[in-house]
Design a protein around this ligand. Structure first.
Ligand SMILES: *Cc1c(COP(=O)(O)O)cnc(C)c1O
Length: 356
């Protein structure tokens, strides 16, 4: 047991739990939060003593820098429960490293590893009743950092708040999605912040995505900003294409988020003997393969949705339907990932992290 002594985290327990008011069979993603949250402030040049508090509203000065310059980064991860009530995280070291990589790009100080893991584990022990067993259930965890210093000069803040909030989740997208390949708007550019989970990357997608939705697509597949000829990723998921029996996914670069699900799928493909090429993918190649019938699947990969199959894509005025595939790779990867995450099958790469 990792017992957190009171001199490591100040803990204020919620007086009553909200859990009985929650309908766990009808959860709208990201609207319900558990009883506690983790909070740690950076000031006077260092991270202060972490706290766990009842989940609650907080107050900030209107001049807090995050409101003006978007100096904010986040992570998305999940906790899972097996049928014996044991709680697991999936490759949490990857999320820890990534939030600090995102933070560095946004001139935010790095967060200490022991604070991150002690905070997460203490929080999960307190709120573990909120994690339901079963492959459909998980607890979505949202670590994030915001610039709190009340000062509106356009420069990095001297004060920050790191937090973790937790939201019970059901499968995110149940239906296959229709996607539109980007031709005009861009998510990120060379030398930009696309590789970081920086808050502004997401807000900037809402408008182009709403235009795509008016045309009947749920999501955009972003293309390279300079030519729009190469497919890169979705708004919160990396993307895989299956041509024949071969998988293809774009290589990471500074425009693309280095997803934990993506790298796990690449490893699982290798384990299963499925060829996976990591290379540039042109819009033309995917349209040609859709026309000649060799395009078998497109799917997104990300923590929230795990694997999200794509049923059609649009480009300009053309729409290509992707026939449903009986033995799809997307179903295979989804069930394999969920089984590893929920402690149902052997974890030969050591991806599970038990919360004790
Ligand atoms: C979070 C995210 C992903 C998926 O990353 P995971 O680590 O698999 O959850 C992919 N693309 C973008 C833009 C993201 O923000």
């Amino acid at each position: 047991m990792s017992i957190i002594t009171s001199n490591e985290i100040d803990l204020v327990k919620a007086q009553t739990s909200k859990i009985n008011a929650v309908d766990f069979d009808n959860l709208d993603f990201g609207r319900v939060f558990t009883d506690h949250m983790f909070v740690c402030d950076f000031k006077d040049g260092k991270w202060q003593k972490p706290q766990i508090l009842p989940y609650q509203a907080m107050s900030f000065e209107p001049s807090a820098r995050v409101f003006h310059y978007g100096q904010a980064v986040f992570e998305g991860m999940k906790a899972y429960k097996d049928n014996n009530g044991k709680v697991f995280l999936f490759r949490p070291d990857q999320n820890f490293e990534r939030i600090n990589k995102s933070a560095a790009r946004m001139a935010i100080p790095g967060f200490p590893k022991d604070y991150f893991f002690n905070g997460l584990e203490t929080l999960l022990n307190l709120d573990k009743d909120w994690i339901k067993s079963g492959l459909d259930n998980s607890l979505y965890l949202r670590p994030f950092v915001i610039a709190t210093e009340p000062a509106i000069s356009a420069s990095p803040a001297n004060e920050y708040r790191f937090m973790i909030i937790c939201s019970p989740a059901k499968a995110y997208y149940n239906e296959p999605v229709r996607v539109l390949f980007a031709e005009k708007f861009s998510r990120s550019a060379d030398g930009g912040v696309g590789f970081a989970k920086a808050a502004g990357n997401y807000g900037a997608q809402f408008y182009p995505t709403s235009l795509a939705q008016e045309k009947g697509f749920q999501q955009i597949i972003w293309t390279d900003a300079s030519t729009h000829d190469y497919l890169e990723e979705a708004g919160t998921m990396n993307i895989f294409f299956r041509i024949g029996n071969k998988l293809i996914t774009a290589p990471n670069n500074d425009r693309i988020l280095d997803g934990v699900t993506r790298k796990s799928v690449i490893q699982l493909a290798e384990d299963l003997g499925i060829e996976c090429e990591v290379r540039r993918i042109s819009v033309k190649e995917i349209k040609d393969s859709a026309r000649d019938g060799s395009l078998k699947e497109i799917f997104g990969a990300g923590t929230a949705a795990v694997i999200s199959p794509v049923s059609a894509f649009g480009h300009g005025d053309e729409v290509f339907e992707i026939p449903e595939n009986q033995d799809s790779y997307s179903k295979l990867f989804k069930s394999t990932l969920l089984s590893i995450q929920h402690n149902k099958i052997d974890d030969k790469h050591g991806w599970r992290h038990e919360v004790k």
